[in-house]
Design a protein around this ligand. Structure first.
Ligand code: C2O
Ligand code: CU
Length: 447
């Protein structure tokens, strides 16, 4: 069920592996329904699994066969700024028919993903994403005990094909984003996996949906949490709260040692929806206990000395109205509708020419983020992982885990801290991709 491993395919003589973004046909539901017109990497949904070992140099040539510009962002990798793949900020968009060479070294082992980063609300919704797995030097799980589950939430029409017409709906942009009605795992619906009784497996869950927050309960099948957003926990443990939320772009690594068949269920609806099934076979073996992966080496923020920035999130449906500036202009109510810039950080919608804040290399920073909107958001920092140091009204972040994307509920304040150790221009945006396009998108500078 896993996507083909990219590094098993032939490399070009110059050491680059080609990935082609282009239009493709794929049956999202089953053989009897209309094929969908999607945009995919190498005609595959999800795109080919990129797999490397921590410390490796990765060389990928993006070939753009789309009718519009694109670029690839390596979500969660702490890599050189000019390889971060943000069209219009860290590189020029790759025009139709053109190519771009990505070449970087991967610092952390873990579960990551890659996706288009030009009009992501459109390109990711149409399928331009894939898993990116960085193995430890000595992976604690062998390939047969290491399962990647790329989860997406598509919006399909009554005939079962991808709903293109509703892309860009201002209703989605100003509410909870583009929510789908068809969940797939590794490109198919409710796949089934066969596991051996009593053996330990790593399950790597990646939420690639534009806006859907998945609600799952790993304790239902006795799973322990190994890692959030690719960063292993110091203490592998049962989930801190159950059920637990997996926001857009977030990853969750679990370890499960199954005794019986089980299902992964999405619990946010009125009744549980089993989206992946696991058949457990064989006699219970006396498998040797696994070594859990060790945390990556991340710089510890200095909370005493850190610079503090307040971020006030506003806008959206049912939000209080605040004066909003977009590209240096104050927006009237009508402008808000015509530009679609319905959300803002500190009253500023989307990228301004100046950074939202600036840091010196090595400086610690605390972002104190207040969600003054009626919706939840999934906030992503490029180029860095951060610790969640405080969350109002909840104790779900015990142990101050490292993450690259955090969920924040309506009227909640979340504080995150990190060391700005990576020079360049970095995005901070909502990973509900409609929200990012509609204003929840800014950048900071590290120099
Ligand atoms: Cu996964 Cu700016 O994105
Ligand atoms: Cu949002």
């Amino acid at each position: 069920m896993t996507a083909p491993a990219l590094f098993n395919v032939a490399m070009a003589e110059d050491g680059f592996v080609n990935i082609t973004a282009g239009p493709s046909k794929h049956k999202l539901i089953n053989e009897d329904v209309e094929a969908s017109n999607l945009w995919l990497y190498d005609n595959s949904t999800p795109g080919p699994e990129i797999r490397a070992t921590v410390g490796d140099r990765i060389k990928i040539r993006l070939i753009n066969n789309l009718q519009e510009p694109t670029s690839i962002h390596w979500h969660g990798l702490r890599i050189r700024n000019d390889m971060d793949g943000v069209s219009g900020l860290t590189q020029d968009p790759v025009m139709p028919g053109e190519q771009f060479e990505y070449d970087f070294t991967v610092p952390d082992a873990g579960t990551f993903w890659y996706h288009a980063h030009n009009k992501s609300w459109n390109q990711v919704a149409r399928g331009l994403y894939g898993p990116l797995i960085i193995d430890e030097q000595q992976p604690p799980f062998d390939k047969d005990h290491d399962i990647t589950l790329v989860i997406d939430d598509w919006r399909v029409k009554n005939d079962g094909s991808f709903d293109e017409e509703s892309l860009g709906s201002l209703m989605d942009w100003s509410h909870g984003g583009r929510l789908g009605n068809w969940l797939t795992v590794n490109g198919s619906s409710r796949p089934s996996f066969t596991l051996k009784r009593g053996e330990a497996y790593r399950l790597r869950l990646i939420n690639t949906a534009n806006a859907r927050i998945l609600d799952i309960d790993p304790s239902r099948f006795g799973a322990l949490v190994l890692a959030y957003d690719g960063q292993p926990l110091t203490d592998v443990a049962p989930p801190l709260y159950a059920p637990m939320l997996l926001g857009p772009a977030q990853r969750l690594d679990l370890v499960v040692t199954p005794e019986d068949d089980f299902e992964l269920e999405e619990l946010s609806g009125s009744s549980p929806f089993a989206f992946a099934r696991f058949k457990v076979t064989g006699e219970k073996s006396n498998a040797t206990p696994v070594q859990y992966p060790r945390p990556n080496d991340l710089p510890e923020p200095d909370l005493e000395q850190a610079k503090v920035f307040e971020i006030d999130m506003t806008g959206g449906a049912m939000g209080r109205s605040v004066e909003t500036t977009y590209k240096g202009q104050v927006l009237s109510r009508k402008d808000i509708r015509t530009t679609g810039q319905v959300w803002a950080f500190n009253g500023v919608a989307n990228l301004a020419s100046d950074p939202f804040f600036s840091l010196e290399v090595g400086e610690s920073v605390i972002l104190s983020v207040m969600n003054n909107t009626a919706f939840a958001h999934a906030m992503h920092v490029h180029g860095h992982h951060f610790r969640i140091i405080e969350r109002s009204g909840a104790s779900v972040d015990d142990g101050m885990p490292w993450r690259d994307t955090f969920l924040i509920g309506p009227n909640q304040r979340v504080k995150i801290a990190f060391v700005a150790d990576n020079p360049g221009k970095w995005l901070f945006h909502c990973h509900m991709l409609e929200h990012a396009a509609a204003g929840m998108n800014t950048w900071f500078q590290v120099k």
